[in-house]
Design a protein around this ligand. Structure first.
Ligand code: UD1
Ligand code: CA
Length: 453
């Protein structure tokens, strides 16, 4: 039984952003939620998030998560931030876990190891890692397992700066925590209340402070855009590796972007540069062509998306294919065997089995019956400047190239529309509609013009 506090009140000045640092996205999800989910994985009795900078935005991002909120009105340092949780936790006996909202790669297992140290009798345990480049982190001084002190970058002499073992920003404490926090002073280069000063305070009270050594990757903190990109790269690499283990083929995997919310099946092939976002689901055996972007899109087994297609909220049934260069917008449903080719845009439209729209068309708010053919350049004119209207095309219809179907309008089963028509009235079943100027040939006209000149 333990309580957990996540510090997330800082502005993140080094990000150079209006957005509070902990809300910057990693694979489409705010960084803070990684810390929250890791904390929840251990089933804490209480989970408090300390917010401050951009508090209302941060609280909004936490909506729906079982967390309590403490506010830090002025950002006076990490120890001061932790003290803001006291009002909520004053009757909690401990132990406590404390982590930072900007350290998203920490694992639940590591946090468990910290708690175990406190259970074994340490007053305080902290995670340390050894870094190639420790710049920016607190440096750790220790003797065996015991930690003597932490020195922040700003306060470190050149000799101390050479130390490569650093404080990862994850701690476990016994019930003495809030009492100890009151002794933290801000006599340092930053004039901030440093949480790691608790090391010295615990020791002064005769309590043992120990280190748990972790792997460098887990401790990666995000203070800059560069670190954000690095952490995102780690998450992405893990995600790709996991899907490949489960049978997904990725060609040049390092060029493929996908989010944790995406679901893939065995024998899916993803070509280079593919982007898969949101609640996209790709079924068994599907292929996604190079540089296609799929967001909240479902590909049933056997569907295919060709290169450079952009789909958002679309649903492709088995045997349907789209692209190259197709644009599928929300509500585009391509049933079995539908083919949507290059420069075709489909929005809020259902294309029944076997429909072909091979080139350069716009189908919006339309229903197209089984087996119908949509010629190049066909447009459903669905908007009258105020409202959207529907176009119904029956089964086995043939809509000639460059026709405009002015909605609301219906084309019956088996009907044909002559190329270049502007259809403003319903077309009966099996009829041919031609709605364009009749062709007139003027014999010899071109020749006469040429000779006049
Ligand atoms: C902190 C540690 C450093 C450690 C590093 C690991 C301190 C003083 N230093 O440095 O030893 O190596 O993390 O990543 O603790 N925060 C608040 N309120 C504040 C200040 C910060 O809530 O007043 C929050 C931030 O939102 C952030 C976390 O605390 O999530 C850490 O703050 P940050 O300023 O990033 O500390 P570092 O300089 O990285
Ligand atoms: Ca940090």
């Amino acid at each position: 039984m333990h309580a957990h506090v996540i510090l997330a009140a800082g502005q993140g000045t080094r990000m150079k952003s209006r957005l509070p640092k902990v809300l910057h996205l990693l694979l489409g999800k705010p960084m803070l939620l990684y810390a929250v989910e890791t904390a929840l994985a251990l089933g804490p009795e209480r989970l408090v998030v300390v917010v401050g900078h951009g508090a209302s935005l941060v609280e909004e991002a936490l909506r729906g998560y079982p967390v309590e909120i403490a506010r830090q009105e002025a950002q006076l340092g990490t120890a001061h931030a932790l003290l803001q949780a006291e009002a909520l936790l004053k009757d909690f006996p401990g132990p406590f876990l404390v982590t930072q909202g900007d350290t998203p790669l920490l694992s639940p297992k590591t946090l468990k190891a910290l708690l175990a140290k406190v259970a074994e009798g340490a007053g305080m345990a902290l995670l340390t890692v050894e870094l190639e480049n420790p710049t920016g982190y607190g440096r750790i001084l220790r003797e065996g397992e015991e930690v003597l002190a932490n020195v922040e970058e700003k306060d470190a002499s050149p000799t101390l700066k050479a130390i490569r073992e650093v404080n990862a920003g994850a701690y476990a404490f016994d019930g003495f925590l809030f009492q100890a926090l009151k002794e933290v002073k801000n006599e340092n280069a930053a004039q901030e209340y440093y949480l790691p000063d608790l090391i010295a305070i615990y020791r002064a009270h005769g309590k043992k402070v120990v280190a748990v050594r972790g792997v460098a990757e887990e401790a990666l903190g995000v203070n800059t855009r560069e670190e954000l990109a690095r952490v995102e790269g780690v998450l992405l690499a893990r995600l790709r590796a996991e899907w490949m283990k489960r049978g997904v083929r990725m060609v040049l995997p390092e060029t493929i972007y996908l989010e944790p919310s995406v679901e893939l099946a065995p024998d899916v092939t993803l070509w280079p540069g593919v982007v898969l976002r949101g609640r996209t689901r790709v079924g068994e055996g599907c292929e996604v062509g190079a540089y296609a972007i799929l967001e909240d899109t479902i590909l049933e087994p056997g569907a295919k998306v060709q290169a450079h297609t952009v789909a958002q909220g679309a649903h492709l049934h088995g045997g349907a294919d789209a692209g190259p260069f197709a644009r599928l917008r929300p509500g585009a449903v391509l049933e079995e065997g539908v083919h949507v080719g290059n420069f075709v845009e489909v929005k809020n439209s259902r294309l029944h089995p076997g429909v072909k729209a091979g080139h350069l068309a716009y189908l919006g708010d339309a229903e197209v019956g089984e087996g119908s053919n949509i010629g190049a350049g066909v447009i459903t004119a669905n908007y009258d400047g105020k409202r959207k209207h529907k176009t119904f095309i029956g089964k086995q219809a043939f809509i000639g190239s460059n026709s405009v179907l002015v909605a609301p309008v219906r084309v019956g089963d088996g009907a044909m529309v002559g190329a270049g028509s502007v259809i403003t009235h319903d077309v009966p079943e099996d009829a041919l509609a031609v709605a364009r100027g009749r062709q007139r040939n003027i014999e010899g006209y071109a020749k006469r013009k040429r000779e006049e000149a």
